[in-house]
Design a protein around this ligand. Structure first.
Ligand SMILES: Cc1ncc(COP(=O)(O)O)c(C=O)c1O
Length: 927
């Protein structure tokens, strides 16, 4: 990127388009802008997010927003309007840039209202706090003291802090009381005015864990220390399963989705309880109850020990409708139980209305609809009209701790412009007798009605429709689709995102799945959305439902293809439904094979819907998707051996092609591929497999399995059988072609397979030529020194012209042996490389050359794997896959073909394979 591009980029997207910020109606122009902006975003801001966005076609640059529409420019510079049903995750209740709010913002700028007047009376925030107290109070009959901040997560943090302050001050008061009573009793005993009641003293001794000689004074002091210690411990914060409260350090502890918390698990987390389960709530409160030892002096002059239970819950956080958790509303019964439990235990209930509040559900607070009362209320998102960054923590004034106002501050909180916009937003809600709230409610009913009808028509695609007002969720669920691609999307929580990409590109509708429930499409349009727009959405969703029911993945994903490839879209073929993965059973071993896309066109086999896609389209699609996919359980088979043994085989697809791994290795990014291999091994373990075979590049990147540290698994690169089968096949074909004096050429001779093949075959030929990459001469020489007979080395493929028996065993990502490298006499080439080393045209141009697919093995009893591509080849299978099965069937308990190959292993696996009924060309002739 050039300096000038950076400069114009900084000036804004409009500037790059050639027209400044007002350029939305500019003439269509060729746009150099978007690509560099994407590059900057990917490189300097959010690399992985950008990869995901571009994988599913959401990497659009919006230039302006108005009402329910966002606008971007297409490649030709034409403005495209997109109906925005994502609505800023609920922040755009008033639509984008509502004119009244914009004019409020511009007026406050024109009037030079202060942003920064900290440590003074903030008039606009005073008014706003008053208005919020009134609004919330109208539902609860109470007064509220409000602390302002800039974002949702920030007020969640503030709520945690305030609740902790309440708890701490309450604890301090309690300790004072305990101390007072303890000292009073101790003194009275010391002066002889009182004495311990005998039974109580016995118990106190036990509680204090002091010996029988301890004095009454020591016992009382120890009990006080116990109480101090208990009250000094952190309390329990309760939150609900599926909860989302934000992603800052403190808020994250209350956000349930383990994916968001996993990297920061050392921060700890709240105690999550299942929403709606009253018994679980009671159990959690019980578990958080500590018993404090209270020493009392009675009027009868006796000192006693009493148990004082204290519920040590800091607060319970709830969302009335769990938004990011997939639009789940709490029930009235549950609310009532929460209120009763919290009142009796004394902890505050924090109602997070950040997404639900400000009228979206048809009431100012969603919790109002259920007559529920909280102690703290959180608002943000639409509070600032989607324009100002503002958030509020409103605490019931009876609970509010006055010190909080100076203990908790933030530079940008309480500023005039944000508060004025929030006041204007409240005005919009209230005017015309709450017409906006009624609109949310009525339009929501209309939308929910239509969606429920759709659900009835497509129950196999739409599992549920949930919501209230304009906060609606549609849960997609496909039950075991035959299409591998759909299964992949479902398994990896990508179905909702793919649907979002489709709707954006084909229907110009923007939405997203809920953050913690990716199978649920979440709709949060503005209150101004037209019914016709909701109709259009329902029509689009009906189309999606039909595509999913028909498993038409080609149409669903065609927005990912280049323009030319979109034109030809024949009706896609139906996929075969894979066998289900059986439950473990005694005496049957479970093996997994890690396969990957050998070439991009494997995508055609992966899902028959893609059968007509050309090579370059397959490549582009895989290049896009591979950044977001993780290893995937593609297929399951049950394989029997000739001797009656059985093995369950899980094929695990690693989301990369050979070419992508070769590039990664060249660029020093081997870890990227190795991470996928490791994740594939983990998935295999989850499936209960204890034998794992490494196909293709997975053995290369894992240094022939050595990079996997797991001594409970049997690992194999499968390369020994590859070598055994290839040698037999090659020499049998050489005999069949009348090649008497064999001159062997080994391409890729420094590799694990090439070197072992050379070692085992050299004694059966008159001369061996070892061919390697330029730069490999020294390693070739070292190998040559170990081989029997006449041997030479070469780093130039032309050396093959002297050879009539050739092994292709390089790990080049594309063919390297061409016709010009070969002799005009009869030649047999055994190509074991995946992808292949020999160019396709060799057989066409050189009828004298017989090219054999090396390393191909037939399964016992004429079984076949009904799948093609991804290193599974239909009638025959790759030898590395066959070796995985042999290791499992033969009950081998050690790693096999692990690291450098050994001649003894090659011979052993060959014997075992034949014994179990596997076969390959030439095996019979060379018995
Ligand atoms: C219920 C709820 N609480 C808290 C937050 C966090 O808000 P923010 O993203 O402004 O930090 C969100 C955001 O989606 C939310 O939906």
């Amino acid at each position: 990127m050039t300096e000038s591009m950076v400069a114009s980029t900084i000036a804004g997207p409009g500037a790059l388009a050639g027209g400044g910020l007002d350029a939305h109606d500019a003439e269509a122009s060729s746009r150099p802008a978007d690509a560099p902006l994407r590059e900057l975003y990917a490189r300097y801001s959010r690399p992985q997010l950008m990869a995901v966005l571009s994988a599913i076609g959401l990497d659009v640059i919006y230039e302006r927003g108005q009402g329910d529409y966002l606008y971007y420019r297409d490649d030709r510079g034409h403005e495209v309007a997109v109906l925005d049903l994502l609505g800023g995750f609920g922040a755009s209740l008033f639509g984008h840039n509502h004119p009244r709010l914009v004019s409020c913002a511009t007026r406050s700028l024109r009037e030079l209202r202060p942003f920064n007047a900290q440590a003074s009376v903030r008039s606009a925030s005073a008014l706003l706090a008053y208005r919020l107290s009134q609004r919330i109070g109208a539902a609860t009959g109470r007064d509220y003291v409000t602390t302002f901040a800039s974002t949702g997560a920030e007020v969640v943090e503030a709520a945690i802090k305030h609740a902790e302050l309440e708890r701490r001050l309450g604890g301090d008061r309690l300790l004072q009381r305990l101390r007072h009573e303890n000292v009073r009793a101790r003194r009275a005993v010391a002066t002889g005015e009182a004495r311990w009641e005998a039974a109580s003293f016995e118990r106190a001794l036990g509680v204090s864990a002091l010996g029988p000689d301890a004095s009454p004074r020591e016992v009382a002091q120890a009990l006080l220390s116990i109480a101090e210690r208990e009250l000094g411990k952190p309390g329990t914060v309760l939150a609900l399963e599926r909860a989302f409260h934000g992603k800052t350090t403190g808020a994250l502890r209350l956000t349930h989705n383990p994916e968001y918390r996993a990297p920061w698990r050392c921060f700890g987390h709240a105690l999550f309880i299942p929403a709606g389960d009253v018994a679980a709530l009671q159990r959690a409160v019980q578990a958080a109850t500590v018993v404090l030892p209270l020493v009392t002096l009675g009027d009868d002059g006796l000192v006693r020990l009493q148990d004082m239970p204290r519920v040590d819950v800091v607060a319970l956080f709830v969302e009335p409708i769990q938004g990011e958790g997939g639009i789940h509303e709490l029930s009235l019964d549950y609310w009532q139980a929460i209120r009763a439990v919290a009142d009796s235990a004394g902890f505050p209930v924090v109602v997070d209305e950040i997404q639900t509040g400000m009228g979206r559900t048809g009431r100012f607070l969603a919790s109002e609809a259920l007559g529920a009362r909280g102690d703290y209320y959180l608002l943000s998102k639409s509070l600032g009209g989607g324009l100002a960054k503002i958030a509020a923590l409103s605490v019931d004034s009876e609970r509010y701790q006055p010190d909080f106002g100076y203990l908790h501050t933030s530079t940008f909180a309480d500023d005039d412009p944000s508060s004025l916009i929030a006041l204007a937003a409240l005005d919009l809600l209230e005017e015309r007798d709450g017409a906006l709230l009624r609109a949310c409610s009525n339009k929501g009913e209309y939308l929910l009605g239509k969606l429920r009808a759709l659900q009835e028509a497509f129950p196999d695609v739409i599992r549920a429709v949930r919501g209230r007002g304009l906060m609606v969720g549609i849960e997609l669920a496909l039950s075991a689709p035959a299409s591998a691609f759909l299964r992949l999307l479902c398994a990896q929580n990508l179905l909702g995102f793919m649907v979002a990409g489709y709707l954006l590109h084909e229907w110009k509708i923007r939405l997203a799945p809920a953050l913690s429930a990716n199978g649920t499409l979440r709709l949060e349009p503005s209150a101004g959305v037209e019914l016709a727009e909701l109709d259009r959405y329902c029509l689009a969703l009906e189309t999606v439902a039909r595509l999913l029911r028909d498993e038409d993945t080609l149409t669903l994903t065609s927005f990912l293809f280049p323009e030319e490839a979109r034109k030809e879209r024949p009706r896609p073929a139906r996929a075969r439904r894979p066998a289900s993965w059986p439950a473990a059973s005694a005496g049957k071993r479970r093996a997994a094979f890690l396969a990957h896309f050998s070439v991009a066109t494997d995508l055609q086999h992966f899902d028959p819907a893609f059968a007509t896609l050309g090579e370059s389209t397959c490549r582009q699609v895989l290049d896009k998707l591979s950044t977001t996919l993780t290893p995937f359980h593609l297929d399951s088979f049950q394989i029997a051996s000739m001797d009656g043994g059985r093995v369950d085989l899980a094929v695990i697809a690693l989301p990369f092609t050979s070419a992508q791994v070769a590039t990664a290795l060249r660029e020093g990014r081997a870890e990227w591929a190795l991470d996928h291999v490791r994740a594939g091994v983990e998935l295999a373990k989850e499936l209960g497999c204890d034998v794992i075979g490494f196909g293709g590049y997975s053995s290369i990147v894992s240094d022939n399995c050595r990079a996997i540290a797991d001594d409970e698994l049997v690992l194999t690169s499968g390369n020994s059988l590859t070598v055994a089968a290839a040698i037999d096949t090659m020499f049998a074909a050489a005999d069949a072609h009348g090649i008497g004096t064999r001159r062997l050429g080994v391409v890729g001779a420094t590799g694990n397979i090439g070197a072992m093949m050379a070692e085992l075959a050299a004694s059966e030929v008159s001369h061996t030529t070892l061919v390697g990459r330029p730069g490999a001469a020294r390693r070739l020489e070292a190998l040559a020194a170990r081989l029997p007979g006449s041997v030479s080395v070469a780093t130039d493929l032309n050396a093959l012209r002297e050879c009539n028996v050739i092994i292709g065993a390089s790990n080049a990502p594309a063919p390297i042996i061409a016709a010009q490298h070969l002799s005009h006499e009869n030649v047999v080439i055994c190509d074991v490389a995946v992808p292949r080393d020999v160019a396709l045209e060799v057989e066409l141009e050189r009828p004298n050359c017989r090219v054999l697919k090396g390393g191909s093995v037939r399964l016992p009893l004429e079984q076949r794997l009904d799948n093609r591509g991804l290193m599974i080849d239909g009638d025959a299978v790759y030898a590395c896959l066959a070796e995985t099965l042999v290791v499992a069937l033969a009950g081998i308990e050690r790693n096999f073909s692990f690291g450098a190959l050994r001649g003894a292993d090659v011979r052993e696996v060959r014997r075992l394979a034949l014994q179990h009924g596997f076969s390959f060309e030439g095996a019979a002739r060379r018995q």
